[in-house]
Design a protein around this ligand. Structure first.
Ligand code: FAD
Ligand code: EPU
Length: 347
């Protein structure tokens, strides 16, 4: 039995979201296993309360207080399963810290998630937006997800191909509130090739002998690159990239290229993915700040809570950025973090 096996009332969430915007949860419950999760959900249902499933709060904007029950996923557990032929399955409880799991796997010599080092948050949230960085996405190694399906109260196991993974997207994001992820399983290997092709990583590695690199070397390189560009949320509150990189039709990309020959785009199977950071940067937002919030001066895709900003301040700035990008380039930016209002989460 956990120490917090019942809800608390009026809990401050300022330190439970990496933007550090103020918000109060009417009710708050930390759950450590499937039984506690079920109990918390049944309790909320009996009281007709909305529910927010919370991990590390690194991809959420609280736009005011939350009038329902916040369930913080604290399910522990990190172990290896089915190790054979240089492969093994890493099983992670939803509440495990993602970055620590990456380092744990890398220290054991298993490859596959090292490029995802230093992404904040929990293992349970990683499938929600199919976290990705430096040429790797979670779906490249995810074997299955164990989740509570709130439609019928059953604990289900969803295989990779059932999770609807796409760029910053998944079944879990498409069906908000339906699944509470309890555990994830990752299939890792000791001899899968290291993914070294992302431009920043190539530049960072310079003339180092690629064949001599260990999985830990790569994780450390990723950490060094990220520390140069992305603000540490413990020091400068932020939620990582605030917008997704928009995918446009090839014809739109070519049209933009005639006016903006330097525009950054990556060819995809279904169009061209534009660098939202470049678009925002070109609109002059990089380094912008007002009294409370602003745009990071080394990464235009990162919005920052400089001093006492609220979720509303952040969302108002985001809207202004969206409008200027739309006016200049005709491109719609879609927010990456979810927005939590009075009743529940949207977006
Ligand atoms: P939260 O913010 O708590 O929740 C995010 C969403 O997942 C919410 O909808 C929540 O309801 C849902 N959720 C959380 N846990 C569960 C669960 N167990 N079951 C069901 N739903 C759940 N993301 C990337 O993809 N790549 C990056 O490179 C990256 N870099 C970042 C850098 C910084 C500095 C920051 C602050 C963020 C970055 N992010 C990045 C975004 C963020 O770290 C990821 O989205 C992360 O997976 C969120 O985890 P979390 O536990 O904080 O989730
Ligand atoms: N750029 C600018 N101005 C800037 C920043 C970048 O012009 O201020 C240009 C860069 O020169 C580069 C391009 O934009 O040509 C892309 O920049 P970067 O490589 O930094 O990546 P990104 O597209 O901005 C994405 C993810 C990050 C992930 C990195 C590394 C999205 C929305 N963001 O950022 O994920 O860490 O690639 O793979 O896909 C997150 O999701 O929260 C996140 C941080």
């Amino acid at each position: 039995m956990s120490l917090t096996a019942e809800p608390r009332e009026h809990v401050e969430l300022g330190d439970l979201n990496t933007l550090h915007v103020p918000a109060v949860a009417r009710f708050y419950w930390e759950v450590h296993d499937a039984a506690e999760l079920k109990a918390a959900l049944a309790w909320a249902e009996a009281k007709s309360l909305g529910v927010l499933i919370l991990g590390g709060g690194s991809n959420l904007v609280f736009n005011g207080d939350f009038s329902g029950l916040v369930i913080r996923m604290c399910v522990p557990g990190r172990y290896w399963e089915e190790a054979r032929n240089h492969e093994a399955t890493l099983v992670l409880g939803a509440g495990e810290n993602w970055h620590e799991a990456v380092i744990y796997a890398a220290r054991a010599g298993y490859r596959g998630i090292e490029n995802l080092a230093l992404i904040p948050g929990t293992a349970g949230a990683a499938p929600v937006q199919n976290i990705g960085a430096y040429g790797v996405e979670l779906c490249d190694t995810l074997e299955s997800v164990t989740a509570l399906d709130r439609r019928n109260g059953e604990v289900v196991s969803l295989r990779n191909e059932e999770c609807g993974f796409a760029y910053r997207d998944s079944l879990f994001k498409q069906s908000p509130g339906r699944y509470a992820i309890i555990e994830v399983r990752l299939r890792l290997s000791r001899d899968t090739p290291l993914q070294l092709g992302y431009r920043d990583l190539e530049e960072y590695l310079g003339d180092r002998d690629r064949a001599a690199l260990s999985v830990i070397d790569v994780a450390e390189a990723i950490m060094a690159i990220r520390r140069r560009k992305l603000p540490d949320p413990n020091l400068i509150p932020n939620a990582g990239s605030f917008f997704k990189n928009p995918v446009v039709a090839v014809s739109d990309y070519e049209r933009l290229q005639t006016t903006y020959p330097d525009i950054v785009g990556y060819t995809q199977p279904r169009g061209v993915k534009l660098a939202a950071a470049w678009l925002i940067d070109q609109c002059g937002w990089k380094g912008f700040r007002n009294q409370r919030v602003g745009v990071h001066n080394r990464q235009a895709l990162v919005l920052i809570n400089h001093s006492g900003g609220t979720g509303r301040d952040i969302l108002e700035l985001a809207e202004k950025i969206r409008e200027t990008v739309k006016a200049k380039f005709g491109v719609e930016l879609e927010m990456e973090p979810g927005v939590v209002g009075q009743g529940g989460e949207s977006g």
